[in-house]
Design a protein around this ligand. Structure first.
Ligand code: SF4
Ligand code: SF4
Length: 114
Protein backbone atom coordinates (compact mmCIF):
# COMPACT_ATOMS: atom_id res chain seq x y z
CA UNK A 1 0.00 0.00 0.00
CA UNK A 2 1.03 3.55 -0.46
CA UNK A 3 1.56 5.37 -3.68
CA UNK A 4 1.75 9.09 -3.19
CA UNK A 5 2.27 10.22 -6.74
CA UNK A 6 -0.09 12.42 -8.63
CA UNK A 7 1.48 11.11 -11.82
CA UNK A 8 0.95 7.56 -12.95
CA UNK A 9 3.30 5.38 -10.88
CA UNK A 10 3.66 2.80 -13.59
CA UNK A 11 1.16 2.19 -16.32
CA UNK A 12 -1.76 1.77 -13.95
CA UNK A 13 -5.27 2.64 -15.15
CA UNK A 14 -6.17 4.01 -11.74
CA UNK A 15 -4.09 4.78 -8.66
CA UNK A 16 -4.41 6.28 -5.19
CA UNK A 17 -2.77 8.82 -2.94
CA UNK A 18 -3.41 7.05 0.34
CA UNK A 19 -2.28 10.15 2.26
CA UNK A 20 -5.32 12.05 1.03
CA UNK A 21 -8.03 9.37 1.19
CA UNK A 22 -10.65 10.04 3.86
CA UNK A 23 -12.44 6.73 3.31
CA UNK A 24 -15.67 8.43 2.30
CA UNK A 25 -16.73 5.60 -0.08
CA UNK A 26 -17.79 8.03 -2.82
CA UNK A 27 -15.45 6.67 -5.48
CA UNK A 28 -16.57 3.13 -4.71
CA UNK A 29 -20.21 4.16 -5.01
CA UNK A 30 -19.79 5.80 -8.44
CA UNK A 31 -17.56 3.20 -10.08
CA UNK A 32 -19.65 1.25 -12.59
CA UNK A 33 -17.18 -1.61 -12.95
CA UNK A 34 -16.51 -3.01 -9.49
CA UNK A 35 -12.89 -1.87 -9.57
CA UNK A 36 -12.74 -0.32 -6.10
CA UNK A 37 -13.57 -1.26 -2.53
CA UNK A 38 -12.82 -0.29 1.03
CA UNK A 39 -10.64 -2.27 3.40
CA UNK A 40 -10.23 -1.88 7.13
CA UNK A 41 -6.92 -0.20 7.90
CA UNK A 42 -5.17 0.66 11.14
CA UNK A 43 -3.10 3.18 9.20
CA UNK A 44 -6.13 5.39 8.56
CA UNK A 45 -7.64 7.59 11.24
CA UNK A 46 -11.04 6.59 9.89
CA UNK A 47 -10.20 2.92 10.13
CA UNK A 48 -10.65 2.22 6.44
CA UNK A 49 -8.84 2.81 3.19
CA UNK A 50 -9.65 2.61 -0.49
CA UNK A 51 -8.21 -0.30 -2.44
CA UNK A 52 -8.08 -1.17 -6.12
CA UNK A 53 -9.14 -4.77 -6.46
CA UNK A 54 -9.80 -5.00 -10.19
CA UNK A 55 -7.66 -2.54 -12.16
CA UNK A 56 -8.07 -4.75 -15.22
CA UNK A 57 -11.80 -3.91 -15.24
CA UNK A 58 -11.35 -0.12 -15.17
CA UNK A 59 -13.13 1.48 -18.12
CA UNK A 60 -11.45 4.86 -17.70
CA UNK A 61 -14.70 6.73 -17.11
CA UNK A 62 -13.00 9.10 -14.63
CA UNK A 63 -16.03 9.10 -12.31
CA UNK A 64 -13.94 8.19 -9.28
CA UNK A 65 -11.45 10.99 -9.85
CA UNK A 66 -14.13 13.56 -10.66
CA UNK A 67 -16.15 12.74 -7.55
CA UNK A 68 -13.37 12.35 -4.99
CA UNK A 69 -13.52 15.37 -2.69
CA UNK A 70 -9.92 14.94 -1.57
CA UNK A 71 -7.97 14.47 -4.80
CA UNK A 72 -6.93 11.03 -3.66
CA UNK A 73 -7.64 8.90 -6.73
CA UNK A 74 -6.40 9.37 -10.25
CA UNK A 75 -7.18 7.85 -13.63
CA UNK A 76 -4.73 7.51 -16.48
CA UNK A 77 -5.02 9.92 -19.37
CA UNK A 78 -6.58 7.96 -22.23
CA UNK A 79 -4.06 9.11 -24.85
CA UNK A 80 -1.06 8.48 -22.62
CA UNK A 81 -2.39 5.11 -21.53
CA UNK A 82 -2.89 4.06 -25.13
CA UNK A 83 0.49 5.41 -26.18
CA UNK A 84 2.05 3.26 -23.45
CA UNK A 85 0.45 0.21 -25.06
CA UNK A 86 -2.48 -0.23 -22.68
CA UNK A 87 -6.20 0.04 -23.04
CA UNK A 88 -9.09 0.43 -20.65
CA UNK A 89 -11.60 -2.40 -20.32
CA UNK A 90 -15.10 -2.52 -21.75
CA UNK A 91 -17.89 -2.60 -19.21
CA UNK A 92 -18.95 -6.24 -18.87
CA UNK A 93 -21.90 -7.88 -17.17
CA UNK A 94 -19.44 -9.51 -14.78
CA UNK A 95 -18.08 -6.10 -13.78
CA UNK A 96 -21.59 -4.68 -13.31
CA UNK A 97 -22.60 -7.64 -11.16
CA UNK A 98 -19.47 -7.28 -9.05
CA UNK A 99 -20.22 -3.58 -8.54
CA UNK A 100 -23.73 -4.45 -7.33
CA UNK A 101 -22.23 -6.93 -4.87
CA UNK A 102 -19.75 -4.32 -3.57
CA UNK A 103 -22.55 -1.79 -3.03
CA UNK A 104 -24.56 -4.48 -1.22
CA UNK A 105 -21.46 -5.14 0.89
CA UNK A 106 -21.52 -1.54 2.17
CA UNK A 107 -18.73 -0.61 -0.25
CA UNK A 108 -16.32 -2.99 1.42
CA UNK A 109 -13.98 -4.99 -0.75
CA UNK A 110 -15.37 -8.41 -1.60
CA UNK A 111 -11.89 -9.75 -0.92
CA UNK A 112 -12.20 -8.75 2.73
CA UNK A 113 -15.86 -9.17 3.57
CA UNK A 114 -18.00 -6.81 5.60
S1 SF4 B 1 -13.64 9.34 -2.98
FE1 SF4 B 1 -11.49 9.90 -2.53
S2 SF4 B 1 -11.42 10.22 -0.31
FE2 SF4 B 1 -13.33 9.11 -0.76
S3 SF4 B 1 -12.78 6.91 -0.48
FE3 SF4 B 1 -12.46 7.45 -2.65
S4 SF4 B 1 -10.28 8.00 -2.83
FE4 SF4 B 1 -10.85 8.09 -0.65
S1 SF4 C 1 -12.21 5.34 -13.92
FE1 SF4 C 1 -14.34 4.61 -13.78
S2 SF4 C 1 -14.15 2.38 -13.97
FE2 SF4 C 1 -12.10 3.14 -13.47
S3 SF4 C 1 -11.97 2.97 -11.23
FE3 SF4 C 1 -12.67 5.05 -11.73
S4 SF4 C 1 -14.93 4.97 -11.62
FE4 SF4 C 1 -14.16 2.85 -11.77
Amino acid sequence: MGTFETVNPGNQPVWINTNNCKACDICVSVCPAGVLGMVYSDLSTLGAMITIDHPEACIGCNDCELNCPDFAIFVADKQEFKAAGHSFAKLTDEAKTRQEAIVANNYMSLNQGA
